[in-house]
Design a protein around this ligand. Structure first.
Ligand code: ARG
Length: 362
């Protein structure tokens, strides 16, 4: 077998940074020898638990689009590289849900399954998020979340049938190598949801809106030192605007601004009545209020921006270059009230990192 120099160079770059940050400088040489030999014999190498754990934390720290990176070092890492059947994988996902949800006191967590062998031989979770609502095309328009239409169809093809409410929780589809997809339904006790109410308007409850407590991103590839983990679902807690200004408000999602504005008695015929803006503020207030009331962790965008300023400062003090994606870091409401709006960020991608399947560098 020809020696894979690319993977060794990537490993080397990672190990040097990782071991420096962990104060294990004396071990670098021996570890690189070991990795060299493993690559020579097998074409690839395996991370130690410590490398995996710190690599995942670094990947979060390097996530240019994430405003919540102050907490990168508090990530809990579950090593599930031994899980070898769809059932074992699903059980690990269920444990992740339970641990991370923690009755509302959300813990940022990642579960890492075995590394990819190649493009085909890898674990593939089909869902964008482990918990998300189904979307159905009906003759009266879309019912539920339009972002889920494709996946909902796949689930139905595999024999699943939803209740037909706007908030049906989708099952998880897991595929190992090219063995075909297997479908699993969550136990509902593992999925925490928050019903939305408004601190001042009692009618808000009548809209019968809710959202799930925890966003578990499950379709990104974790890349550490030349190794790819296609199945490495992770979660943080929500920033309120993700739900109130996007999921429930976007025209191509739940599109609720007109309904909220109507109940507020605003003039929907005139752009300059600012009905969209006023509906957005009340909807976002309801989200933050309801999560707090239910004891579910959430952060408003002003606090998140302040936390991001801390992160920027910490990175500077650690002598690291900050990277970021301005268009994602600014919040979708009142962006100019945050310092982020007035800054420039370098959008270079640093490894370890999370990639979308299409933009993965391998
Ligand atoms: N924006 C996505 C959603 O609304 C979640 C992305 C990850 N968000 C987070 N706070 N970690 O579901």
């Amino acid at each position: 077998m020809e020696f894979n120099h690319t993977i060794f160079e990537k490993a080397k770059e990672f190990i040097i940074i990782c071991y420096h940050e962990l104060n294990l400088i004396d071990l670098i040489e021996t570890r690189l020898d070991e990795i060299y030999k493993e690559i020579k014999v097998s074409g690839s190498y395996h991370h130690t638990f410590e490398e995996l754990e710190y690599g995942a934390k670094m990947a979060w720290r390097n996530s240019n689009r994430c405003i919540g990176r102050l907490f990168w070092n508090s990530l809990t890492v579950f090593d599930q590289r031994e899980a070898n059947s769809e059932k074992e994988i699903f059980n690990a996902l269920s444990s992740h849900l339970k641990f991370a949800t923690n009755n509302g006191k959300i813990r940022p967590t990642i579960t890492i399954f075995r590394q990819d062998l190649d493009e085909v031989n890898r674990i593939h979770i089909w869902n964008h998020q482990l918990v998300r609502y189904a979307g159905y095309e009906t003759e009266f328009g879309v019912l539920g979340d339009p972002a889920s239409i494709q996946l909902t169809k796949k689930c139905e093809e595999l024999g699943w049938k939803g209740k037909g409410t706007p908030f049906d929780i989708l099952p998880v589809i897991i595929e190992i190598d090219s063995n075909g997809p297997k479908l699993f339904e969550h136990s509902l006790e593992n999925v925490l949801e928050v019903e939305l109410e408004h601190p001042d308007y009692t009618w808000f409850k009548e809209l019968q809106l809710k959202w799930y407590a925890v966003p578990f991103i499950s379709d990104m590839v974790l890349s550490i030192g030349g190794i790819k983990y296609s199945a490495a679902p992770f979660n943080g807690w929500y920033m309120g605007t993700e739900i109130g200004a996007r999921n429930l408000a976007d025209v191509n999602r739940y599109n609720l601004l007109p309904r909220v504005a109507e109940r507020l008695g605003l003039n929907l015929q005139s752009n300059s009545s600012l009905w969209k803006d006023r509906a957005l503020v009340e909807l976002n207030l309801a989200v933050l209020h309801s999560y707090k009331l239910s004891g579910v962790s959430i952060v408003d965008h002003h606090t998140a921006a302040q936390q991001f300023a801390h992160f920027e400062n910490n990175e500077k003090n650690a002598g690291r270059k900050l990277t970021g994606d301005w268009s994602w870091l600014i919040p979708p409401i009142s962006p100019a009230t945050t310092h982020i709006f007035y800054n420039n960020y370098d959008n270079t991608r640093v490894n370890p990192n999370f990639y979308h399947k299409k933009t993965s560098p391998f």
